[in-house]
Design a protein around this ligand. Structure first.
Ligand SMILES: Nc1ncnc2[nH]cnc12
Ligand SMILES: [Zn+2]
Length: 322
């Protein structure tokens, strides 16, 4: 039983974690019609492109610092009650700009929500600034420059998300150099919508300690060996992968094969309600459908804390809580 296990996540897009009920109450507050992206209380989309449209429409329901505080507090409190002791939230300064409050107010709101959740539950949170790949390399450089100014102490990492089939990893080297030089942890979405070549590109050009998804590395045995040899940690999101049809079902998902090959893997929920999942469900599926033992699952949680973008005293405190 994974219900009472301690949990940790490295990969959750904060706007993608909006419970549909919260999206609806925000929409009522601002008088916004949600029928294009919420139907029967669930997010509606058909493929990655329409998922991004629904995601963006949901994100635009949060328009003030207090809205973002409410979002972070709601999500973090929920996962803490399900056993989470650590969460890394993927946050987008572009979103603060999109709704007109700017990145600083956006981060300040999220940080206030994280603080409130910590006061209630003890959950520890860090923020990973994300550049959006389909906005193009220049916008991603801007996100990296923002992160590199270290505008808030909870910001400890940099990621690249969005449409993986647009551009090549090499186009984003400058952004990652800026983030790395500023001392931020480095992770990158690769090997989700595109194949093993994208994971290889990420390793060659960006030198990340972690990869967001990375699961399509399974298409190349040499690459799987390289991931294992180099100790690169995968932020695996099985429910997301099955929902987006990256793999047809949990039985054929490569989490087990990657784990068996010695790749360091962790469990994550990506955009939980969009993919009809939660961190708790990912843990439960790893046990019930994928057949991992409690010891193996605890090992994945330990890997997440070991790979977390936190200061060493915090890491040691979190490891002690396992
Ligand atoms: N699963 C995903 N892949 C790429 N970009 C994303 N942004 C939010 N969710 C994403
Ligand atoms: Zn993601």
């Amino acid at each position: 039983m994974t219900t009472s296990m301690p949990k940790a996540e490295l990969h959750c897009h904060i706007e993608g974690a909006t419970p549909p009920a919260l999206a609806l109450s925000q929409a009522a507050r601002y008088g916004i019609d949600t029928t294009a992206f919420i139907r029967a209380g669930a997010y509606a989309w058909q493929d990655f492109t329409s998922f991004v449209q629904s995601y963006d429409a949901t994100a635009n329901l949060f328009r003030t610092e207090q809205d973002y505080a409410l979002l972070a507090e709601t999500y973090l409190t929920e996962i803490a009650q399900a056993g989470a002791i650590y969460s890394e939230l993927i946050v987008s300064p572009d979103q603060g700009d999109a709704v007109g409050i700017g990145a600083d107010a956006y981060i300040a709101g999220l940080a206030e929500g994280a603080e409130r959740a910590k006061a209630k539950t003890g959950i520890e949170t860090r923020f990973i600034i994300v550049g959006i790949r389909h906005f193009g390399p220049e916008r991603v450089v801007k996100a990296a420059e923002y992160a590199a100014r270290r505008p808030h102490p909870l910001i400890t990492g940099f990621n690249l998300a969005g449409e993986e089939r647009m551009h090549r990893v090499a186009d984003f080297v400058r952004a990652f150099d800026i983030a790395r030089d500023a001392g931020l942890g480095i992770t990158i979405h690769a090997g989700e919508l595109s194949g093993a070549f994208s994971v290889r590109d990420a390793l060659d050009h960006v030198r990340p300690s972690r990869i967001s998804h990375g699961v399509r590395a399974i298409e190349d045995a040499d690459l799987v060996r390289r991931l294992a040899d180099e100790g690169v940690v995968l932020e695996v999101c099985p429910g997301s992968n099955v929902a987006l049809d990256v793999f047809p079902d949990f039985e054929s998902h490569p989490l087990r094969a990657l784990h068996a090959a010695g790749v360091r893997v962790t469990l994550n929920a990506d955009d939980p309600p969009f993919f009809h999942t939660s961190l708790a469900r990912e843990y439960a599926l790893a046990s019930s459908v994928m057949g991992f033992s409690d010891v193996e699952i605890l090992g994945m949680t330990r890997t997440a804390i070991e790979a977390a973008f936190v200061d060493e005293p915090t890491r040691q405190r979190l490891l002690a809580a396992l």
